[in-house]
Design a protein around this ligand. Structure first.
Ligand SMILES: [Zn+2]
Length: 476
């Protein structure tokens, strides 16, 4: 039986246009999805947008738009950007879709039926301008950081989830590895949170208008985080299509940036256990990155639009540049100045040049046909394990070392000299056959990272007559 692989990105908040951070997580998920598909597994790849909450409603207002129109517009931006990055998601889930709401209603009723939620008072510091609650530590010298006014102490009726009751079970699942949290540093971080004393949390809001109805109490909307997490099950038909749901759940990997790990590694599995569902198998939280040594922010104006990057470096170039800079699980700095340098060195020179040289020589010296079937003499390390462990930079480094060796093989053998010597025809044929095999071996390794480049190498090799053709990467 084919194995299944269900991978998710977080659903992204539509308050904002897609930036390079969204692209980073989603490209990584795409590499995994393509890798497992190529391996023969049945893959379901989910991404999407998180569209409720007062912040979204307020942004719509600031843009003088109706909220539905606003979320439609921004969700479309995300879809366009992901298409531009060649993201191969199987579904794009939006939390404003009817199907999502249907699943959420069923899930919330189950939580209630299981006795996992109760009504109580929520007391918090509320800023009328933000229409949001703050905790003491969020405030700037006691004032709302946005409006610089003192928030009011406000009490409202809320429904709470009995988190404390499920904590021991969740902690044990993490410790035993029943639910894997990676990298290891993140696992320790999460286990540390249990010691801080986590409390029951509220799953509804009374003051929020732009949200999903809470089926137990019509005065309440479901807290946006609580319903957004449920996209991971609504996307595969929870409560609506049992066959589909049972086929895919539990997710093999929830992928995300580290700032939202608490919700995913503690709150989410606790809610799943409460309704009798399994937790996700693995949660992988990647690091933050800075840009040119600075934190990325709209105020600093250093937010990179992934679409602009695609325009400059191409889709495969963008994917390569983002994943090759530093280890995926760690924090790192993206240096824009290195993009061009790396693009020219690794892509235009190393890979691009290799392909163009081999194709050109086969065209010139062998009439466009690969003379023999000979294996490549260059050792290609199996990078599958590295991809499965999300060590993308290491996997790419290995591939590029092999590419450099292939270029060295050409340089040291000087086939252009062989071509002038009739006695060396056989040797030349063998060398070019080996190089063609190397390119063909390279294709499945490149494919998860650079689907267009891989397809173009395959197309070149399989053509009736191999020709030099257009360069894979134009030098910048
Ligand atoms: Zn405020």
């Amino acid at each position: 039986m084919r194995k299944k692989f269900y991978i998710t990105t977080p659903i992204y908040y539509v308050n904002d246009k897609p930036h390079i951070g969204h692209a980073y997580t989603t490209i990584a998920a795409d590499v995994l999805a393509r890798y497992y598909r190529q391996k023969g597994d049945e893959v379901f790849f989910l991404t999407g947008t998180d569209e409720h909450g007062d912040k979204v409603a307020k942004s719509a207002e600031e843009n003088n738009m109706g909220v539905e129109k606003f979320v439609d517009q921004n969700a479309t931006e995300f879809q366009k950007t992901f298409a531009n990055l060649k993201i191969s998601n199987d579904i794009f889930m939006r939390t404003t879709l009817r199907e999502h709401n249907e699943s959420v209603q069923i899930f919330m009723k189950k939580l209630h039926a299981a006795g996992a939620i109760y009504q109580s008072d929520y007391e918090g510091l509320y800023c009328r301008g933000c229409e949001d609650f703050y905790t003491e530590k969020d405030l700037a010298e006691g004032l709302c950081p946005v409006h610089k006014v003192k928030p009011e102490l406000v009490k409202e009726k809320n429904w709470f989830f009995k988190l404390e009751e499920y904590l021991p079970r969740v902690e044990q699942m993490i410790e035993s590895g029943e639910m894997i949290i990676e990298p290891a540093s993140r696992k320790n971080e999460v286990l540390g949170l249990f010691k801080q004393g986590l409390k029951d949390f509220s799953v509804t809001r009374e003051r929020v208008k732009w949200g999903l109805d809470f089926p137990i109490d019509s005065s309440q909307k479901i807290y946006v985080w609580v319903e957004a997490l449920q996209n991971y099950i609504s996307a595969i038909g929870y409560g609506r299509d049992d066959k589909q749901f049972n086929k895919w759940w539990p997710a093999n990997v929830h992928l995300m940036a580290k700032d939202i790990i608490k919700f995913h590694a503690i709150y989410w599995p606790a809610m799943l256990i409460a309704v009798g569902l399994k937790p996700p198998q693995k949660i992988f939280a990647h690091g933050f990155f800075s840009l040119n040594g600075q934190k990325m922010s709209k105020t600093l104006g250093n937010v990179i639009d992934p679409n602009a990057m695609v325009e400059q470096y191409g889709v495969d170039g963008t994917r390569y540049l983002l994943l090759s800079q530093f280890p995926f699980g760690q924090d790192g700095d993206i240096k824009e100045s290195l993009f061009k340098e790396k693009y020219n060195a690794d892509l235009a020179n190393n890979l691009g040049n290799l392909v163009s040289r081999v194709f050109n020589m086969i065209e010139q010296y062998c009439d466009g046909r690969i003379p023999k079937q000979l294996p490549s003499p260059i050792y290609l390390e199996m990078i599958g394990e590295k991809i499965e462990q999300l060590e993308f930079d290491e996997a790419l480094k290995n591939i590029w070392q092999a590419i450099a060796k292939a270029n060295q093989l050409i340089d040291s053998n000087e086939p252009w000299k062989m071509a002038k010597d009739a006695n060396k025809k056989e040797e030349l044929n063998e060398l070019l056959s080996q190089l063609a095999s190397f390119l063909s071996d390279l294709v499945p390794l490149l494919n998860p990272f650079m689907p267009d480049v891989a397809a173009s190498i395959v197309g070149g090799l399989n053509a009736d007559k191999i020709i030099k053709g257009e360069p894979l990467f134009k030098r910048l």
